[in-house]
Design a protein around this ligand. Structure first.
Ligand code: KIV
Length: 279
């Protein structure tokens, strides 16, 4: 079995070996991804849209995150498990951020947390790491505050916002993050940020110049049909497969084809006396 990855292992991969991160929200998927050698399982707050049916990540609660983090961490043996801090759990005060961050480790078995934001989050990162909670940063498109950014759009397309993002990445690194997600950032800018920080960058819609890549598992598998961002590569198209399987099940049950003999339990007792008892 592959050994459990640590935050130190992830840091040491910078500039040496590309990192892989995928989202996972439940035990069966986590087990599969872990066994296939994915380095980091992110219990993303994308949970809200992908699993819980919300319109955005904003309504996701601490209880919802902890519930799904527990399912993932219970079965994960090798990958680093990162829990996404939901909107409102770390912006209000540093003390609240620290106590919520600790809950991800203590109550949900996570190895680290992720939070969104640039330089303005440096103090929170410092407090969390001082309390023993490893933190992954997230800049560029930050879905929890997409409204303020003008929607789900590529970030850092002009020099001023690119400079702010670069400064944010450096401030977060200086504050103690162990890795940084770059979401929806022009490839050239992502490569510059990657070269400017000592921690691995993990891109999503940020080109090949990052130290690693992350995708939402439902996008990668082609399970989420409502919407497909341009940066997503579908490695499978499972939604039509699911439809096909479910339609076949429905038809076979309705026609009395399923369950067949091989799906039915037998017993060594003759139950026919039960019929006479009944009469
Ligand atoms: O919530 C999430 O899935 C994420 C990834 C897109 C990085 O933050």
């Amino acid at each position: 079995m592959t050994e459990k990855r640590t935050v130190k292992d992830i840091l040491a991969r910078k500039g040496r070996e590309k990192l892989t991160m995928l989202t996972a929200y439940d035990a069966s998927m986590a087990r599969l991804l872990d066994e296939e050698g994915i380095d980091i399982l992110l219990v993303g707050d994308s949970l809200g849209m992908v699993v819980l049916g919300y319109d955005s990540t904003v309504p996701v609660t601490m209880d919802e995150m902890l519930h799904h983090c527990r399912a993932v961490s219970r079965v994960t043996r090798a990958a680093l498990v990162v829990g996404d801090m939901p909107f409102g759990s770390y912006q209000g005060s540093t003390d609240a951020a620290v106590s919520n961050g600790i809950r991800f480790l203590k109550e949900a078995g996570c190895d680290a947390v992720k939070l969104e934001g640039g330089a303005e989050m440096a103090d929170v990162v410092r407090a969390l790491t001082r309390a023993g909670v490893p933190v992954m940063g997230h800049v560029g498109l930050t879905p929890q505050t997409a409204g303020q950014l003008g929607g789900y759009k590529v970030q850092g397309r002009d020099l001023e916002s690119a400079r702010t993002m670069l400064a944010g990445a450096k401030a977060l690194t200086e504050a103690g993050i162990f890795a940084l997600v770059l979401e929806c950032v022009p490839g050239d800018l992502a490569a510059i940020v990657t070269g400017a920080v000592s921690v691995p960058t993990i891109g999503i819609g940020a080109g090949s110049g990052c130290d690693g890549q992350v995708l939402v598992i439902n996008d990668l598998l082609g399970l989420f049909e409502q919407f497909r961002p341009a940066f997503v590569k579908q490695y499978a198209r499972l939604a039509p497969e699911v439809r096909k399987a479910v339609t076949a099940f429905k038809a076979e049950v309705e026609q009395g084809v399923f369950p067949a003999g091989e799906h039915t339990f037998g017993a060594s007792v003759d139950f026919s006396s039960l019929l006479t008892d009944e009469q």
